[in-house]
Design a protein around this ligand. Structure first.
Ligand SMILES: C[S@@+](CC[C@H](N)C(=O)[O-])C[C@H]1O[C@@H](n2cnc3c(N)ncnc32)[C@H](O)[C@@H]1O
Length: 369
């Protein structure tokens, strides 16, 4: 830790925190083992074996759930199915579709209902609660990719990269950087504390991306991307990997415009800033550094197959065909407008695609004629 130790008063504590069982467990752990990295805290908050937010199978996307997501719209499943079909046509023959982070399973079931190519559909899911929910809905669910053989595959993940745990770092004078750890203050409450970097990989990431953090500027760095991609690269042979998420290139995410970082939490549909507000009951997320994602993927031999907005992508793959001419045409059009709108989900989300060598670019970059 940097000397002297001190807790940061970055967090707005005007709102009373909700005492949860997971908060108690984390405090006990810090008491016995000392401060933990924010990455380890976030991993527990989201994926703790019993009390993690995702472990408890939250009602993602429902009216009582913590946030809204494209995945709850049938038209989104239609659009994704068109994209997968177009990717499958480039691959030829039967394909494996691997959805990562299936949430409630609603999106997967929807995609399957619209897929018009021979396929085997499976979902890789970390959360046991969500796995059970997905399996109940009829999905073939995996806990790990370990047993899978390499084959012709299209991977799809909606809002998964943004849920990978992140380290938090802060710029100091003279281009120095320290890390934010989670510790206890003198009242025994969780707080953030500055310390030396827990791994040189954090400085390396900043150097590789030519990021110079201003004094007091905070940035979230996700090192998890490497292991995430290594597993995928092994089994996608040949194939495409398609991510839909919110994020940007490193120079934008780590610009002074985001001097407090991009970490945010959601609790009962409301955005909150205190990551310790209701641990295990709040979702936590940070913008995806697409520069880092590309760099990791390319280092493993994958190629960028396209990067565009959700708006362009869904429009180009033919989402408008979902609207049709039936009696609910008005409601369907509204859904499509929401998913493709400039001021709504259409521009909030990007689509980043990768391919194995020798394949054409990914679907949705140009209108299907
Ligand atoms: C924000 S939710 C999105 C769920 C769904 N894709 C949707 O759009 O509604 C993130 C999902 O990814 C899962 N997840 C997070 N990290 C994962 C990982 N490394 N491997 C597999 N699933 C993961 C979570 O449990 C959850 O199902």
């Amino acid at each position: 830790m940097l000397a002297p130790f001190f807790c940061l008063f970055l967090l707005n504590r005007t709102v009373e925190r909700i005492p949860t069982e997971l908060a108690r467990i984390i405090k006990d752990k810090i008491r016995s083992e000392g401060p933990m990295t924010f990455r380890n805290f976030m991993s527990s908050a989201l994926f703790h074996e019993t009390h993690g937010f995702y472990t408890q199978a939250p009602a993602i996307g429902s009216s009582v759930g913590p946030f809204d997501t494209s995945a709850k719209f049938t038209s989104f499943a239609f659009g994704v199915a068109q994209a997968i079909t177009q990717a499958a046509n480039c691959l030829g023959g039967s394909i494996r579709v691997l959805e990562i982070g299936g949430g409630t399973g609603q999106l997967g079931m929807g995609i399957i209902s619209f897929l018009s190519v021979p396929h085997e559909y499976m979902v890789l899911e970390t959360s046991p609660g969500l796995r059970a929910q997905q399996a109940k809905g009829g999905l073939n669910v995996l806990e790990t990719l370990k047993g899978l053989e390499p084959t012709s595959t299209v991977v799809f993940a909606n809002e998964v990269l943004d849920a990978l745990p992140v380290h938090r770092v802060m710029g100091l004078a003279n281009d120095q950087v320290c890390e934010l750890f989670v510790d206890l203050d003198e009242d025994g409450e969780l707080c953030e504390q500055l310390g030396d970097l827990s791994t040189p990989k954090l400085r390396q990431r900043l150097q590789d991306e030519h990021i110079h953090l201003g004094r007091g500027q905070i940035a979230e760095l996700c090192l998890e991307i490497s292991s995430f991609f290594q597993e995928l690269e092994r089994i996608v042979k040949p194939g495409y990997i398609i991510f839909v998420d919110y994020g940007d290139k490193a120079s934008n995410i780590y610009s002074y415009r985001h001097r407090n970082g991009t970490l945010r939490s959601y609790y009962q549909q409301q955005q909150i800033h205190d990551p310790f507000f209701a641990i295990g009951q709040q979702d936590m997320t940070a913008d995806v550094d697409f520069t880092a994602v590309i760099s990791v993927a390319v280092s493993l031999g994958l190629e960028v197959a396209g990067w565009t907005t959700q708006r362009e992508w869904l429009t180009n793959v033919g989402i408008q065909n979902y609207v049709g001419t039936g009696k609910d045409v008005g409601a369907r059009q509204q859904e499509v407008n929401l998913l493709t709108g400039e001021a709504s989900l259409g521009s909030a989300f990007d689509v980043l695609m990768f391919k194995t060598h020798g394949l054409p670019d990914g679907p949705g970059l140009h209108p299907v004629t």
